[in-house]
Write a protein that binds this ligand. Structure first.
Ligand SMILES: Nc1ncnc2c1ncn2[C@@H]1O[C@H](COP(=O)(O)OP(=O)(O)O)[C@@H](O)[C@H]1O
Ligand SMILES: Cc1ncc(COP(=O)(O)OP(=O)(O)O)c(N)n1
Length: 279
């Protein structure tokens, strides 16, 4: 019997399911696979969703979400973790407790990327309003890096970002909630051809720019980016290197997005695996 190949880095996504396969844990696993890590899931909610939007969702009981985290961490091990749709405050509290008990997040533990998903790109809510405070007080202090888009920035800080100066103001405000690093994504500043995301560690700002593609098919872009960052962290990159990789990765994934259904299609990380099916 062969012992097989060495175990790859392992990354846990704590997220919801997208039945259309474009975002959520389906996008996370696809990106992780393309980044050469083993992806694992703690499912928080099951959405009824397609390219036209989210018709509804049902949540997983908080103790079951926590049990999934503990099960994979205590046996398989977690080199980095990320969050996506978390649905409500009770689930967030259970996740924060479980992550601390298995050493995910913050000083000396596995890196933890908190993507505070609040709504789908169609504007359908993916989070109860009681979740905002739990995100700020329970999860952000555990985060290695938080990765809000501009809608999430507005909900979390009240700041409506329309300029680079306001993007900096928002990064400072988010940093005050306790994450080690803050990445304010700029994809929603549609007039900005440089598509600048801003990284902040509490003292220095770093701008990450990339071309803006003229496409509506960007479903799952945030999930793909956070998964690429988590994968790079699991593979040993520093936070600035992992975020720079995540930016390059998502930019190419947007460039390779495709139409699906009658609405918005997904970004695709599978450009990394392009080629014929031989054997
Ligand atoms: N049309 C686009 N072309 C290239 N990059 C994009 C485009 N739209 C978004 N991005 C990039 O994709 C990433 C996620 O985008 P953003 O829209 O800000 O967050 P979210 O997908 O969470 O709503 C960011 O790096 C952003 O700059
Ligand atoms: C289950 C689930 N999780 C997350 C999302 C958000 O996806 P999307 O609307 O495409 O936004 P980003 O991935 O770009 O942040 C979802 N729709 N469903």
């Amino acid at each position: 019997m062969t012992e097989g190949r060495p175990t790859p880095p392992r990354v846990l996504t704590i997220a919801g399911s997208d039945s259309g396969g474009g975002a959520g844990l389906q996008a996370d696993l696809r990106a992780m696979f393309a980044c050469g890590v083993h992806g694992m899931t703690a499912i928080t909610a099951v959405t009824v969703q397609n390219s036209l939007g989210v018709e509804g969702y049902t949540v997983i009981p908080p103790d079951v979400v926590a049990a999934q985290i503990r099960a994979v961490a205590t046996d398989i091990g977690v080199n980095a973790a990320k969050t996506g749709m978390l649905a409500n405050a009770e689930i967030i509290t259970a996740i924060a407790d479980a992550c601390q008990s298995v050493h995910i997040g913050r000083d000396g533990s596995a890196p933890f990327v908190v993507d505070p998903v609040a709504a789908s790109m169609h504007g359908d809510p993916l989070m109860h309003e009681n979740a905002l405070d739990a995100l700020r007080t329970k999860l952000f202090p555990l985060a290695t890096v938080v990765t809000p888009n501009l809608d999430e920035v507005r909900l979390l800080t009240g700041i409506d970002v329309t300029s680079y100066a306001e993007q900096r103001e928002a990064a400072r405000a988010l940093h005050a909630f306790g994450p080690q690093w803050t990445l304010v994504k700029g994809g929603h500043m549609r007039d900005d051809p440089r598509c600048v995301d801003l990284l902040y560690d509490g003292s220095e700002f770093t701008e990450l720019a990339g071309p803006r593609y003229d496409t509506k098919h960007t479903h799952g872009g945030g999930d793909t980016m956070a998964s690429a960052i988590s994968s790079a962290l699991a593979r040993g990159s520093s936070v600035p290197d992992a975020v720079a990789f995540g930016k390059r990765f998502v930019t190419r994934s947007v460039a390779h997005s495709y139409p699906l259904g009658a609405g918005v299609g997904p970004v695709s990380p599978l450009w990394r695996l392009d080629g014929p099916l031989d054997d």
